[in-house]
Design a protein around this ligand. Structure first.
Ligand code: ADP
Ligand code: ADP
Ligand code: MG
Length: 500
């Protein structure tokens, strides 16, 4: 096994990777920018290397600095986490040339799958059902209109190099294409330095269901079932769960088989995710493959008991998968809530600043369930404008879906953050909604259920009673200060009666 791994990332995912390395007895090196000098990951790592200013383009994205840090510390392998250099085939090749192991798939798989147009071609050849559309580049607006008409409206205009919900636009008619095509092209050029665009059918009110796959360097690939990530805002995931309430055994097996076939077609040899959009009728179509560890991987770990970071490290080292498909079983249900530094009462406006108070719920076994909080921050830390605004990922496990939701509801209630806007009240409101609890999800869920945005929720009868009781008690305390004899006896009686 490796004796030292460098983590080319920051925040919660760096902390997450350190935890597994420690358990496996592997020493860790963390690289950090100016903004992260006092971070939790830096505190936890065995060794640290400073790599430059806060903007990622001058630190976390500079391959040379990562390679130098490996040389300087003798790290044998690099875990890239997600984002940053994780899906950069050039970086994976560069490491190989330097004799350093990339803890992720081979560069050929990253290249084949990193690009949406190329990956759809691969998927079609591997017998995977893809979203109907034009699998190829589009030259200009006239060409885009012609293709949209052939596909039939509504369509989705997408950047081939897109990611993180960027470079995507729905068009319902010709006018939308006339406006949308140049807009997506410009955004793609600016965000990804690549303006290749394609167009596919827009599946209305679909569900986002993805399959976790895991491969080794010996040709073995298994899937670790599905995650449903339909609760999205602006095409970005907010709440994820595993398994999906939509799937039955037959559909699960069919999706799993297609994901494994696609992974095998590119000799996939690490953890990866095959994303699909699914209709309410359980039809499903390939969207893209993410050739990295996924943000929402904890829900899969909670239902399978497999540590995905450990498996990535073992595969990268050259070990064979220690289990086959038949050894994997779904146990219970898991939920993940992404706690973001954004203000739900103000249109989810980003809200950076200091975590004046940061008090997460107790982790571990709680009420017959499990609470897990993946975080990279402590009280007093700052959520800065330089990186992703995620504060933490709160995951829960229960024997049933409702049990997992209820554990999540309570954990959210026990999560206290002050100093910046955060979306905990919004997440808690979703956990309480009858529609969410019944599992009737779609990527339109937030738009459907919060048409006016989030304005908070009225208190339940119980909460109203509790608040009235507290108000009465407070009133009596104030009265007691001015006229103690009058109230004292009565107060003792009230306090003694209310056991809640
Ligand atoms: P997941 O499917 O793992 O939830 P997301 O789409 O939320 O993935 O992206 C995970 C992280 O990777 C986010 O920090 C996002 O900003 C970043 N990311 C994803 N794709 C790209 C890309 N093509 N370019 C830059 N950053 C990306
Ligand atoms: P990214 O690389 O940004 O994650 P995806 O292609 O995975 O881009 O799309 C992001 C989200 O947009 C999906 O999770 C889904 O909710 C929605 N989406 C993408 N393609 C379609 C489509 N053809 N029809 C309906 N929704 C789609
Ligand atoms: Mg995606």
């Amino acid at each position: 096994m490796f004796s030292k791994i460098l983590i080319a990332n920051r925040g919660e995912i760096a902390v997450r990777i350190i935890k597994t390395c420690r358990r496996l007895g592997i020493a860790t090196v963390v690289v950090y920018s100016e903004a992260d000098a006092d971070s939790m990951a830096v505190e936890m790592a065995d060794e640290t290397v400073f790599i430059g200013p806060a903007p990622a383009a001058q630190s976390y994205l500079v391959a040379d600095k990562i390679v130098d840090a490996c040389r300087q510390t003798g790290a044998e392998a690099v875990h890239p986490g997600f984002g940053f250099l994780s899906e950069n085939a050039g970086f994976a090749k560069r490491l190989a040339a330097e004799g350093i192991v990339f803890i992720g798939p081979n560069p050929h798989a990253i290249e084949a799958m990193g690009d949406k147009i190329e990956s759809k071609k691969f998927a079609t050849r591997a017998g995977v059902s893809v979203v109907p559309g034009h699998v190829g580049e589009i030259d200009d607006t006239a060409h885009a209109i012609k293709i949209s008409e052939d596909i039939g409206y509504p369509v989705m205009i997408k950047a081939s190099a897109g990611g993180g919900g960027k470079g995507i636009r729905v068009a319902w008619n010709q006018k939308d294409v006339e406006e949308g095509f140049p807009a997506v092209r410009a955004e793609a050029k600016a965000s990804f330095g690549d303006d290749r665009i394609f167009i596919e059918k827009f599946i209305e009110s679909p569900r986002h269901i993805e399959i976790q796959v895991l491969g080794d360097k010996h040709g073995n690939v298994v899937h670790l079932f599905e995650r449903e990530c339909s609760i999205q805002r602006r095409n970005q995931k907010v709440i994820e769960e595993a398994p999906s309430p939509l799937l039955d055994e037959t559909t699960r097996a069919a999706m799993g088989a297609q994901a494994v076939a696609l992974a095998k077609a590119v000799n996939y040899d690490s953890a990866g995710t095959v994303e699909f959009v699914a209709g309410q009728d359980k039809s499903f179509f390939f969207l893209e493959m993410n050739t990295r560890l996924q943000v929402e991987h904890p829900v899969t770990e909670l239902i399978t008991g497999v540590d995905l970071v450990e498996q990535m490290i073992r595969s990268a080292y050259g070990e064979k998968l220690a289990f086959g498909q038949k050894d994997l079983k779904i146990n219970g249900w898991a939920m993940e809530s992404r706690i973001y530094a954004e203000d739900p009462y103000r249109g989810f406006l980003p809200s950076i600043g200091r975590l004046v108070r940061y008090s997460p719920p107790v982790e571990g076994e709680v009420d017959g369930g499990i609470v897990r909080n993946d975080a990279g921050v402590r009280e007093g830390d700052e959520i800065s404008m330089f990186y992703d605004p995620m504060i933490s990922k709160l995951s829960t496990w229960g024997e049933t879906r409702i049990a997992a939701i209820d554990v999540m509801g309570r954990a959210l209630e026990d999560f206290h953050i002050e100093g910046l806007g955060q979306n905990i009240p919004f997440l808690a409101a979703v956990m309480d909604q009858a529609r969410f609890r019944s599992g009737v999800l779609s990527t339109n869920y937030i738009k459907d259920e919060f048409p006016e945005g989030f304005v908070g929720v009225p208190p339940t009868d119980y909460q109203r009673d509790l608040m009235s009781a507290v108000a009465c008690a407070m009133h009596r305390i104030v009265t007691a200060r001015s006229a103690p004899q009058l109230v004292r006896d009565e107060w003792v009686v009230i306090a003694g009666q209310d056991k809640r």
